[in-house]
Design a protein around this ligand. Structure first.
Ligand SMILES: *Cc1c(COP(=O)(O)O)cnc(C)c1O
Length: 393
């Protein structure tokens, strides 16, 4: 059915539905690499674009299209492009929008590999990059050069929880003719819709909240304009980082409960943050749902809720962090986030290990920082677990 004018929760369940001969209530997994043409003319028409029939799964596939169209509707986008992973989405966007001699400005505390690929790989192809604390708009303005093409932000940033003003960035981007790209992984479209605030491109690691069950890796890109969409889709298919039909099915299945999962995880996170905030062994906490967050007001303005990600520091520093992680029993010591289970990790030695110490500190990723992705377990059990683990610190 057409869900364009329906509510967000209805879209979660029904967007992307397709008509197929057996009346399947769910989108079937079209596990095929290629599609039969009816005749020579049909084959030629599919290639020339006269017919929109499917050709080959790297280019498009009905299960994958259902997922792409669902996310596009949820983000109020023109259309979507699903990828093999979040990094597939990020590299497709970089490769599509940047060329030799171009410059990109990015959030300093961006997802580690999203920074690494610019610093160490795209630099070999003549792409220049600057990393600044984008939570202060002045830093962005100061970094703009005549060859700047893209402003890339992650908000809240991973793992510092710094928040960047999307609306203000969109204004700067318009004024300087830049494309604004937002990594919306931490929020999902349930909590934040950057295209509505003026962004040009939004991307996600589907691995996280969108799928939500820690059982697939995936990515997705949506754009506001057809022109940008065509560029990015072209690059994704040429790089070959397409999503697989089974991955798309899993992501569609996970997506249906997005709102329920986030509401519950967020309620748990609020309770947990209040417990952590006053714990004697904790030196600081950053959670957008606490008024102690430096950008609490901005979070309330641009996000529809504070989410379920937080970071905090232990008075005992790195060693205390290690002790904490070795003693949690319910929380899983693992990277990744946004799943139904509570996960805990230490960015300095794990997700951001590839970033130099100097850059880590400049980006606010201190050695004592512990990142928590709160799940949907009973909150009393999560608090109990952290309480006993903190006793060992
Ligand atoms: C995990 C993550 C990515 C990368 O996604 P993969 O699916 O692991 O490739 C990008 N951005 C953010 C914010 C992430 O958390």
């Amino acid at each position: 059915m057409n869900t364009k004018n329906k509510g967000f929760n209805t879209k979660l369940i029904h967007a992307g539905e397709i008509e197929e001969p057996y009346g399947s209530a769910t989108v079937p997994i079209y596990q095929t690499s290629t599609f039969r043409f009816k005749n020579a003319k049909h084959g030629a028409d599919c290639f020339s674009g006269k017919s929109d029939g499917y050709i080959y799964t790297r280019l498009a596939n009905p299960t994958i299209r259902a997922f792409e169209q669902s996310i596009a509707e949820l983000e109020n986008a023109y259309d979507g492009i699903a990828t093999s992973s979040g990094m597939g989405a990020i590299t497709s966007v970089y490769m599509a929008l940047l060329g030799a001699g171009d410059h990109i400005i990015s959030t300093g505390a961006v997802y580690g590999p999203a920074r690494g690929v610019l610093e160490f790989d795209l630099s070999r192809f003549g792409v220049e990059s600057s990393f600044v604390n984008t939570s202060d708009i002045e830093n962005i303005i100061a970094a703009i050069k005549p060859n700047t093409r893209v402003l890339y932000i992650e908000t809240p940033a991973n793992p510092t929880m710094e928040i960047t003003d999307i609306l203000a960035c969109a204004e700067i981007a318009r004024k300087h003719n830049l494309l604004l790209v937002v990594d919306n992984t931490f929020c999902s479209p349930y909590l934040q819709k950057p295209l509505d605030l003026g962004a040009d491109v939004v991307l996600h690691s589907v691995t996280k909240f969108i799928n939500g069950h820690a059982d697939i890796v995936g990515g997705v890109i949506v754009t506001k304009e057809p022109r940008v969409y065509k560029k990015v889709r072209h690059m994704m298919t040429y790089m070959g980082c397409n999503m697989d039909p089974t991955q798309a099915y899993m992501a569609l299945r996970g997506l249906k409960t997005l709102a329920l999962r986030i509401e519950r995880a967020q309620n748990n996170a609020l309770c947990l943050a209040e417990f952590i905030q006053f714990h004697p062994k904790v030196s600081w906490i950053k959670y957008p749902g606490l008024s102690s967050h430096p950008q609490y007001a901005l979070a309330r303005k641009q996000m529809d809720g504070p989410g379920s990600m937080m970071s905090f520091g232990l008075k005992g520093g790195f060693k205390a962090g290690e002790k904490l992680m070795d003693n949690v029993r319910l929380a899983i010591l693992a990277v990744s986030l946004g799943g139904v289970e509570t996960l805990i990790q230490h960015p300095a030695s794990m997700t951001h290990a590839a970033v130099s110490r100097k850059h880590k500190l400049a980006a606010g990723i201190s050695d004592d920082l512990v990142r928590l992705s709160v799940g949907i377990e009973d909150v009393d059990d999560i608090i109990e677990d952290l309480k006993q683990a903190l006793n060992h610190v």
